[in-house]
Write a protein that binds this ligand. Sequence first.
Ligand code: SF4
Length: 192
Amino acid sequence: MELYIGRILYPVKTLGPGERLGIWFSGCSIRCRGCMSRELWERKPYQLWDGDKLRRFIFSLPPNIDKATISGGEPFDQPEALLFLLRLLKEKGFSDIWIFSGYKYETLKEKFSQHLELADVLIDGPFVESLPTDLIWRGSSNQRMILLSPKARKIHRKWVNFKVSKRELQVVNLPQGFLFVGIPKAGDWKWR
Ligand code: SF4
């Protein structure tokens, strides 16, 4: 198994509730105008992970790291790799797995129901700069928070229509420069 992964960070505090393991797939064929992750549109050779290395990494994590957010790039542009990762996270005991995808739920349900069965929450749809929203963890109003698992329907229902007046972005200092993690409001992130 080979996976193109742009970055893995912990703790990520702005892509779902709590402190989460953030995993960004590399490569995106959707290419929304105003995307804040343009550096992940193209896959790069150094982003290639083999499945064994990823397995060793996930299983080396302490048990308190049990919530994950998978984003990108576009995770479903690497469907086999995504399924592999989801199975690994479940096997390790992750109890709350979120996926951000630029594809709509209906499309994913038809093609990738196996993937959705392993996740708890899906934030779906492309980022549309002209559709600002105050809904938490969504960049534009077309994006929905879909509660996939029974557990998510119990504990995350309160977030579906939860609005925020301010957006929090986490600033991470990486060797290659500062990285902003989170969901800015449409229009806040300038097209570069
Ligand atoms: S789907 Fe996500 S990563 Fe891809 S262009 Fe749209 S916002 Fe960016």
